[in-house]
Design a protein around this ligand. Structure first.
Ligand SMILES: *Cc1c(COP(=O)(O)O)cnc(C)c1O
Length: 376
């Protein structure tokens, strides 16, 4: 129950259990083309080009910075947690000047502040932000942030939210989405994916600052001719193809709705146990639930208790939130019953830690959410 790496569906596990393929075989090339076509449909884009790197999500993030910004240029970065701040660190590493709009961990990015920064900095041609801030559970209003960014290129880190929370690339005019294989995409870690639209690809070509490995053009040309410029992560691409097929078989809208319900059920469940959710209520927050640890115990003790007593792995807090929160992931291959099991285990863990909990209260609250959803 961590927000990544997430559990693998059986058919995704099975897809790796085969002999290695030479990377130029028609079988592999067809699998990669199929995965790319499927990524396009999940991103709801006609013209966006999914570029697949043997890297993690952070690799795809770094590729967006180096391809779209030359050292010395200025950008706007709007963050509200650990991963949003990672944009700033990558930019600093690349010698980029950053106008950093830093919102508190646990709150959302305010689109009005983005609009002000855009007006104040006409020379900042690219805006970077985060869709699902995995360190807190916050899901930002990307449509509003995009509108606030006006005519600027916008890059969205959707490493945990891609295939989980709706992000229609063309309809919302998003220039770049970056993601990774190991969260909502239910595939092992090791693929960093940047989906770049025409404006972003054109800018990257003009700048030519992407670098030898992460330069977008080299990978795009390779993918388009069935000859990736570097050895692709063959097994992972086969697994990604199968995982994406699963998402499409369930149906995009159904996948988004399932995650909304999982998130709501999880939040109602923890609240019924007298615990507080870190972020303000947001019906779109279906990726991960950040829960404030009750004062008398701490987040790490709850995590250890859950693991020891029930073999359930949740995630801890990052940075300043370490020990103060724990995070229940529900992005990817999760069902209602995973939430019920986790809440049930949480009740027992809290009781074992000496907290006065009414066992069954969390499970019951979550079941009511699910029953209401099933009733429509
Ligand atoms: C996990 C995550 C990342 C980092 O991805 P890695 O694959 O660990 O490099 C970046 N942004 C968000 C929002 C994430 O959830």
């Amino acid at each position: 129950m961590a927000p990544g790496p997430t559990p693998l569906p059986p058919e995704v596990i099975a897809a790796a259990a085969q002999q290695m393929q030479f990377a130029r075989t028609p079988t592999f090339v067809a699998a990669q083309e199929d995965a790319i076509a499927s990524l396009r449909r999940v991103a709801q884009t006609e013209q966006g080009e999914p570029l697949i790197f043997a890297a993690t999500g952070s690799g795809a993030m770094a590729s967006a910075v180096t391809n779209l910004v030359a050292p010395g240029q200025k950008v706007i970065m709007a963050s509200c947690g650990n991963f949003g701040e990672r944009w700033v660190k990558i930019a600093a590493d690349h010698g980029v000047e950053v106008v950093h709009l830093a919102f508190a961990w646990g709150s959302q990015v305010d689109p009005a502040a983005v609009a002000t920064a855009v007006a104040d900095h006409p020379d900042a041609e690219v805006v970077f932000t985060t869709q699902s801030e995995t360190s807190t559970g916050v899901v930002n209003d990307i449509k509003a942030i995009r509108e606030a960014a006006g005519d600027r290129i916008i890059v969205v880190d959707a490493v945990s939210g891609f295939g989980v929370v709706d992000l229609p690339m063309d309809a919302w005019d998003i220039d770049v989405i970056v993601t990774g294989s190991q969260k909502g995409l239910m595939t092992p870690p090791g693929l960093g994916i940047a989906i770049a639209g025409p404006r972003a690809l054109e800018r990257a070509d003009e700048l030519g600052s992407g670098g030898y490995y992460f330069g977008w053009k080299r990978t795009l040309d390779g993918q388009n001719t069935g000859r990736t410029p570097f050895t692709p992560a063959v097994s992972l691409v086969f697994q990604l193809q199968v995982a994406l097929a699963r998402i499409e078989a369930e149906g995009l809208d159904a996948v988004f709705e399932r995650h909304r319900i999982l998130g709501r059920a999880c939040r109602e469940g923890v609240r019924a146990l007298g615990l507080e959710v870190l972020a303000d209520e947001n019906p779109e927050a279906g990726v991960v639930t950040g829960v404030l640890a009750p004062s008398e115990t701490d987040g790490k003790a709850i995590m250890s208790q859950l693991k020891a007593q029930s073999q359930i792995q949740v995630a801890g807090g990052q940075g300043d939130l370490s020990g103060k929160i724990f995070r229940i992931g529900h992005c990817g291959w999760f069902s209602f019953y995973d939430i019920l099991t986790t809440l049930s285990a949480l009740e027992l863990a809290l009781a074992a830690l000496g907290r006065d909990v009414e066992v069954g209260a969390g499970v019951s609250a979550a079941q009511r959410v699910m029953a209401a959803a099933a009733a429509g």
